[in-house]
Ligand binder design. Sequence first.
Ligand SMILES: NC(=O)c1ccc[n+]([C@@H]2O[C@H](COP(=O)([O-])OP(=O)(O)OC[C@H]3O[C@@H](n4cnc5c(N)ncnc54)[C@H](OP(=O)(O)O)[C@@H]3O)[C@@H](O)[C@H]2O)c1
Length: 281
Amino acid sequence: MTILVTGATGSVGRPLVHALLDQGVEVRALTRDPSAAGLPAGVEVARADLADPGSLTPELFAGVDRAFVFPAQNVEPFAAAAVAAGVERFVVLSSLAAAREFARDEGSASQLHHAAVESAITRRTSAWTILRPGTFANNLLSWAWPISMGAPIRVPYLDSAQAPIHEADVADAIAAALLDDGTIGQAIPITGPQSLTRREQVGAIAAGIGRELEVVEISPDEFRADVAQFVPEPIIAMLLDYWRDTVAEPDRVRSVEALTGAPGRTLQSWARDHRSEFGAA
Ligand SMILES: NC(=O)c1ccc[n+]([C@@H]2O[C@H](COP(=O)([O-])OP(=O)(O)OC[C@H]3O[C@@H](n4cnc5c(N)ncnc54)[C@H](OP(=O)(O)O)[C@@H]3O)[C@@H](O)[C@H]2O)c1
């Protein structure tokens, strides 16, 4: 079986490629820049842009049975070309926001984007599985700079609780869905294995990298001022709404185990896997 992996050079795509190779699958990896892809030997690397119809040639899809759809900015051209080329089965990376379980999700940047990505596939075929992860543990790399500098981490809503998911668990869940037709037609929410307050998340990272960490609580306005230069306002608003809501209603855990056969990786193990990014040996 040949699986076309889009987003193959990303933080989810790389472990996905490895998970599929481990299962004996032929992997064709799509990237806009093959020279920088750095993918393992045995992977066929193809140049294309999901949003550029001209790059989505018949050769890209020749022999492809299934495809993983990365939620890039505009996947309409890719969805149209892949279905027309006869790709039989799709797994789409989306977001829990697309499930619109909470009032805050309605019209949020993430809900609007991922709803469009889902629809690009579900309008064209019924052979899909959608994975809807909650917050990625990788978002906590925003603390890497203060941690590696030995500065206090500045955090609003310290008592709010989320269930961050390791990118390798997202990848393993996608690999399982690509290989198991029992999930066809399902939109599956997934999170990390523990709902932890932001204070506990700092503790898990401290344990993972083997260092004491200092954290200070800041107000939402101070957070906005800290990040306004780097983060667009709709994303800041989405994050603050999420953390505000998860004080009273902590994230509920939605385990990957039913899909992957293993409990999700803990935040402590995620931090250990990323210790160099936190400046730890
Ligand atoms: N952060 C969260 O809490 C969260 C929660 C739920 C869902 N998500 C979703 O997960 C995504 C992040 O996944 P990630 O960490 O794996 O991303 P990432 O590390 O930023 O990687 C992005 C990948 O997308 C590819 N890509 C982007 N635009 C493309 C295009 N036009 N054509 C072809 N390839 C394109 C890039 O490939 P090349 O550069 O090699 O072409 C790269 O492989 C988010 O964007 C969001 O949609 C995130």
